[in-house]
Ligand binder design. Sequence first.
Ligand code: GDP
Ligand code: MG
Length: 365
Amino acid sequence: MALTAGILGLPNVGKTTVFQAITGTAAESRSINQFSTTTPVPGVVDVPDDRLAKIAEHIPTKKIIPAQMQITDIPALVSGSSEGQGMGVGFLGAIKESDALIHVVRCFKNDGVQHVSGDLDPATDVEIVEMELTQTDRDTLQRNIERVSKKARTGDKEMQAQLAAFEKALAAIDAGTLLRQAEFTPQEHKLLYPLFLMTIKPVLFLANVGDDDQDGQSEHVAALRDYASRTGAEVAHLCGDLEAEFAIMSPEDAETFMADFGFTESGLSRIITRTFDLLGLQTFFTAGEKETRAWVIQKGDTAPIGAGVIHTDFVKKFVRAEVYQFGDLMEFHSEKAIRDAGKLRLEGKDYVLQDGDICHFLIAN
Ligand SMILES: Nc1nc2c(ncn2[C@@H]2O[C@H](COP(=O)(O)OP(=O)(O)O)[C@@H](O)[C@H]2O)c(=O)[nH]1
Ligand SMILES: [Mg+2]
């Protein structure tokens, strides 16, 4: 199952613009209307990684295939969404299904584009959204507490453990804590997971800045940074409008256009990399004559799970892996030299893959 980052936020903050910039799709469905995106739109993103081309310098290959990540453009949330205002509660499912959230916050001025509450006020905007998510989590927890209470009282140990975890989470919300800031044991996390709570998910606030603030130095972005550091979230900034234009141009045109606007580089790869990280993902490689490819795994995944990303059957048929690090290839320049230097490792099924591992899997017939 691939992990997904969901793009959410108030109406007209640039969610679809950012989605289109990140996925490199055409900017046709952008609109100045509220609720212009009415159903979740899934997309796929290539994860930029300089290491692929460097691997290919030493191990010639016919094809380079980057890692991919899933991303969803989620319809807007408004104040009262948890009670059915705006698009109603239907889209909340798309947030629940996201493993991490990119919360787009409007930090650009544009008189032609209506702002939901009139003024530009990122910190308040963010609180409106998080209040809705919190309210939904509270409802979910209350419902589930009710569900397990009776069985817990009859002495069912499993239900008692669930009840304790749910009550702890509800108490945190009642104390004004966002669930992503509350401390849960791995066991509690496991019990809470099936509830798909929203405020427990990792968040990247994406300040959508105007082209007059490419470096994200405005007071609006500063206010957002302050809020994020108080609530255990991260912040990045992007000029969504321009990046969406660059994303669909030829590389040459994009370069000229970017130079015109004083851009030295696109901010997109930074955002994609941070999102990849936020999802707890990492990359290992396979390298050969036919193709050199980056594969996506979760941090902590073992070698058979990594092999299973290549082909489901490989999980069971995994025998062992030959592994070396990207850095070894940069130092020794060939697999033979790596082997001669004693750097090529044989790893078994308990081996935990590391970011930047280059692997050959031995698979049973
Ligand atoms: N000036 C400016 N306008 C933007 C920017 N990002 C989005 N917009 C405009 O804001 C409007 C709403 O954008 P959209 O992506 O549809 O917002 P959504 O409702 O959050 O999906 C569109 O007219 C965009 O062109 C930006 O960075 N700067
Ligand atoms: Mg939209």
